[in-house]
Design a protein around this ligand. Structure first.
Ligand SMILES: Nc1ncnc2c1ncn2[C@@H]1O[C@H](COP(=O)(O)OP(=O)(O)OP(=O)(O)O)[C@@H](O)[C@H]1O
Ligand SMILES: O=C(O)[C@H](O)[C@@H](O)[C@H](O)[C@H](O)CO
Length: 176
């Protein structure tokens, strides 16, 4: 069983997915790190990727999932997975992939992107990300979470979703 946290740039995939992986001690992949340099420089210039640009990237991500699947290891990934066809590509890596869509209003996401620093992705690409996004359909194995809440709340919901799917009881959150 593999969990892909999906959504447009700035929806909080990396933030939440990494926390979930840590809480449940699962291997984590950041899909941004699998982009060929050509893709990241293109996005940094403010140009959206095409299906063609995303092809080899999705293949590498499906391979990462497949490698863990063959070792019987559940995983967590942060990956935009905007279109249904991209999610189908990721599913080719394993028998069971559960998508967690981090969903919220454009203006909230734009504000978060404007406040974020040190990332190659410009806020100017948000509209193209939203236009490309195909939300989960009922026949897709997935869950949608509302991102207009604080990170700890979203993370709690996500940990519960993932733990339940794995038949695990999550450890209590460490409080400081
Ligand atoms: N629920 C939240 N409340 C407030 N800020 C948040 C929340 N989730 C994420 N953020 C902040 O919003 C910004 C975008 O989050 P993050 O980088 O995790 O998004 P992402 O979907 O991985 O984006 P990208 O695909 O561009 O890498 C970050 O600065 C992060 O700290
Ligand atoms: O498919 C895409 O357009 C890309 O994966 C983007 O979504 C970015 O990689 C990411 O969101 C920016 O960090």
């Amino acid at each position: 069983m593999h969990f892909v946290f999906m959504g447009v740039s700035g929806s909080g995939k990396s933030t939440v997915a990494e926390l979930v992986a840590e809480r449940l001690s699962l291997p984590f992949a950041e899909a941004d790190e699998f982009h060929p340099r050509h893709n990241t420089t293109k996005m940094a210039r403010g140009e959206p990727l095409t299906d063609e640009d995303r092809g080899p990237w999705l293949a590498a991500l499906a391979q990462w999932i497949a490698d863990h699947e063959s070792g019987g290891q559940p995983t967590v990934m942060a990956c935009s997975a905007l279109r249904r066809a991209y999610r189908q590509r990721l599913r080719e890596g394993a028998s069971s992939v559960h998508f967690v869509h981090l969903d919220g209003p454009r203006d909230l996401i734009a504000d978060r992107l404007r406040q974020r620093s040190g990332h190659f992705m410009p806020v100017e690409l948000l509209d193209s990300q939203m236009a490309t996004l195909e939300p989960l359909r009922p026949d897709e194995n997935g869950t949608t979470l509302d991102i207009s809440r604080p990170v700890p709340q979203i993370t709690e919901d996500a940990v519960r979703t993932v733990a339940a799917a794995l038949g695990r009881v999550p450890r209590a959150r460490h409080r400081r």
